[in-house]
Design a binder for this molecule. Structure first.
Ligand code: G6P
Length: 371
């Protein structure tokens, strides 16, 4: 087993460090030398994809948060309305789906019972189902009309890490492909995002190489009774994922909030010394960024201990940071791929310091195969 962990203490930590390769492998073979997307593996005709008038993403757990990230990108690129729903809620509310609905399920294992039931329900209503999955030949891809595999390699740690980042990438490829087949007039923007996606493995590696401040932070915060995470736009699901990781691994109360909701409740939780992670959008999204930066000042004025994740050189974001975690410069939609990594490392390290079994957290299973 030690050999399989390749010198890492946990599979999870190894898998966090495998993300540059996992993302590179997920992109591999899907872009031609002209930087155009090739998703022939989809086996759903472009004709049919042009008729889609609604996308519903269905998933559980971390995969659901990957779906929440994807919604922002898919709607922006395709202008097709996109809903994201927990698989366990989907089937029971009699969702409005028909043959023009594209259901996208996301599942690392491909065996999650709720997600599988959602697929069966969707197909009964004649919707087309595309699975985004990491496990070749699992039940979910077998029961779907088409599959886009994430090539993350086996994920052993119960808490999903490289599963998540590769799911985001696969969803983005699907969104960009839909935009391409539907002839959206964003030629340059799509080409730019594809080119930027290809740089992600290198940028994720930069984040991993700079893990020391995150590890120190975990040591400092290991006795915190509660930790909050704030984010806006795609940073919001990143905040949710950061909180989920901490709950799962460290058994610490943690919650993620949309930064814009701060004044509608979460700010009441702020007390002296409360650790608050804030994900700041990159420069260029200045309207959003300004608002998030003023949120940092607001919570700090009330005593929060702020941990700010922002682009390198963002001095305004740094001004109210007790701890500043530098992220590489990327466009807004790609920021989740780099911003999630320090949050994964933080949870893994903190749980390690608390003496918990990081790979097998109490009461959790890698794949939930009962409803
Ligand atoms: C379990 C795992 C999570 C995972 C979720 C969905 O809760 O512990 O890490 O995100 O299931 O699993 P799936 O295999 O469908 O992505």
């Amino acid at each position: 087993e030690a050999a399989q962990k390749q010198g890492f203490d946990w599979y999870m930590r190894k898998e966090i460090f495998e993300q540059p390769k996992a993302v590179a492998d997920t992109l591999l073979g899907r872009l031609n030398q002209h930087g155009e997307l090739m998703l022939d593996e989809l086996h759903i005709s472009p004709e049919l994809l042009r008729r889609v008038n609604k996308i519903v993403i269905v998933a559980c757990g971390t995969a659901f948060y990957a779906g929440l990230v994807a919604k922002y990108a898919i709607e922006h690129w395709t202008r097709i309305p996109c809903e994201v729903e927990l698989a366990s809620e989907f089937r029971y509310r009699d969702p409005i789906i028909d043959p023009a609905t594209l259901v996208v399920t996301i599942s690392q294992s491909g065996e999650t019972a709720d997600t599988l039931m959602a697929i069966r329900h969707a197909r009964e209503q004649q919707a087309k189902v595309i699975a985004i999955c990491n496990t070749n030949g699992a039940t979910i891809p077998r029961e779907s009309d088409a599959v886009i595999y994430t090539h993350a390699g086996p994920e052993i740690g119960v808490a999903s890490t490289k599963g998540f980042t590769t799911q985001v990438v696969a969803c983005y490829l699907l969104g960009l492909y839909l935009a391409q087949v539907r002839g959206m007039k964003y030629g340059d923007e799509i080409a730019a995002i594809l080119a930027e996606l290809e740089t992600m493995p290198r940028l994720m590696q930069e984040v991993l190489d700079n893990q020391a401040p995150v590890l120190e932070l975990a040591a400092e915060l290991k006795d915190a009774p509660s930790v909050l995470f704030l984010g806006r736009h795609v940073g919001y699901p990143v905040a949710l994922e950061g909180a989920l990781k901490l709950k799962e691994l460290a058994y610490i109360h943690a919650e993620g909030f949309a930064a814009g909701e701060l004044k509608h409740g979460p700010i009441a939780l702020v007390s002296q010394g409360l650790p608050m992670f804030v994900v700041v959008p990159p420069r260029g999204r200045d309207q959003l960024r300004d608002k998030v930066i003023s949120n940092i000042a607001e919570v700090r004025a009330r005593g929060a201990r702020t941990i700010v994740l922002a682009e390198a050189g963002d001095d305004e974001a740094r001004a109210n940071a007790d701890t500043f975690i530098e992220l590489p410069k990327v466009s807004t939609l790609l920021q989740p791929l780099v911003a999630t990594v320090p949050l994964q490392l933080f949870a893994c390290e903190l749980a390690t310091l608390l003496g918990h079994d990081v790979d097998q957290p109490r009461n959790l299973a890698k794949s939930v195969t009962v409803e």
